[in-house]
Design a binder for this molecule. Structure first.
Ligand code: BYC
Length: 336
């Protein structure tokens, strides 16, 4: 027995005991232990393929939402009612572009390229948030996007700062700080309108009526119909379920609506003493899925604008690349 080890030919494969059927590998066990201990998974760590794919899907969708999200508001930069509002809006839209860039960079650490992600967006294969497929009809819509859309985004994104994947969690810390400013500027713009004329107050109410239900749908389908939630929560990617986040958002928003002096367009919205939460009416999930699947009012326009901006920016990418080559060439020449 003992001498057998000396008989193994040089270069022959070592005899590794076969793992019991379905037993997790050592790498899988290390991964599971890290997730249970709430230690971050980093790009160089081994991770299950399904975890990597889930993160690429979620982070790239999130990045796409940020850059498509620039469009409905960017549309209002030239029409903002004062220099102050214009400056704030330019800064906000620029922040969204920055968020897209951090998030694409975080996704790249998982082995997918920026070109692959953009190709998926531009060809309609990848999703982005349903909320950006609705039109911004007047200035009050811009305030409501800040208050409600960014408000919903923060509610969803604060728990992502504790996501198990390090680069995503770290990107989200900065994103959430900036989103918090976005939400406040939207609320402040609406307060200004509500202190104005009857027409301005009516504009705010109309915008809230159009956006409220769409914002509730942003959190994704009900938990029972969410195919990814259970696994994403098990991996520590998602920390709070779609329905629980939606409820937290409603509970936080009702007092803000009261202070603003507007009515949220839901006759079933009532405080439930027993649950210690607001009850709310039924969300139109057919309308949500139709929008997610490409048939919302602005899907085609948003994608066409995005593709055009990308194509028209080709010369900037070419110039940046040519400059980088020139710098590299110069450094090599100096070193020689
Ligand atoms: N819109 O099993 P589920 C922002 C899809 S940026 C479109 O619950 P998951 C902002 C979902 O992708 C806002 N699709 O999935 C930017 C999945 O489809 P696939 C974006 C949606 O991933 C600029 C299917 O439905 N925020 O706020 O566990 C200016 C089943 O859903 C939506 C993020 O992306 C939707 N609303 O949960 C202002 C945050 N909801 O992939 C503001 C990060 C669901 O199987 N993402 N779907 O084809 C997340 O937290 C999660 O991905 C979601 C969905 C909560 C969105």
């Amino acid at each position: 027995m003992y001498t057998q080890s000396f008989n193994v030919q040089e270069g022959a494969a070592a005899v590794v005991p076969a793992p019991a059927a379905n037993a997790p590998s050592a790498a899988q066990q290390r991964f599971d232990a890290k997730v249970s201990a709430d230690t971050k998974i980093e790009p160089q760590d081994w991770m299950p393929e399904a975890y990597r794919k889930t993160l690429i899907r979620q982070i790239s969708q999130h990045a796409h939402s940020e850059i498509v999200g620039m469009l409905p508001e960017g549309n209002w930069i030239s029409r903002a009612p004062s220099l102050k509002r214009k400056a704030i809006l330019i800064a906000k839209v620029q922040d969204e572009g920055g968020h897209g860039l951090y998030l694409y960079s975080a996704a790249e650490t998982l082995g997918v390229s920026r070109d692959q992600m953009l190709e998926a967006l531009h060809s309609g294969k990848a999703k982005y948030s349903s909320i950006f497929n609705y039109p911004t009809l007047n200035w009050a819509d811009v305030g409501v996007i800040g208050w409600l859309v960014d408000g919903a985004a923060i509610m969803n994104q604060i728990p992502l700062c504790r996501c198990s994947y390090g680069p995503y969690a770290r990107a989200m810390i900065r994103v959430c700080k900036e989103e918090s400013f976005h939400q406040r500027q939207g609320y402040e713009a609406l307060l200004a309108l509500m202190r104005g004329s009857k027409e301005q107050q009516a504009m705010v109410q109309d915008a809230v009526n159009r956006w409220w239900w769409k914002c509730l749908a942003m959190f994704g389908p009900p938990d029972a119909d969410s195919p990814h939630s259970a696994q994403a929560m098990h991996w520590g990617i998602k920390r709070i379920s779609n329905d629980d986040l939606r409820q937290k958002f409603i509970d936080a928003t009702v007092p803000q609506a009261q202070l603003l002096g507007i009515t949220l367009p839901d006759p079933d919205l009532k405080w439930n003493e027993e649950r210690q939460h607001y009850d709310y009416g039924a969300i139109d999930w057919d309308e949500f899925w139709s929008t997610v699947n490409g048939n919302g009012p602005c899907n085609k326009e948003r994608l066409a604008t995005r593709v055009k901006a990308h194509d028209e920016g080709q010369w900037v990418r070419d110039a940046a690349l040519a400059y980088a080559h020139k710098q590299q060439h110069r450094t090599q020449k100096e070193a020689a």
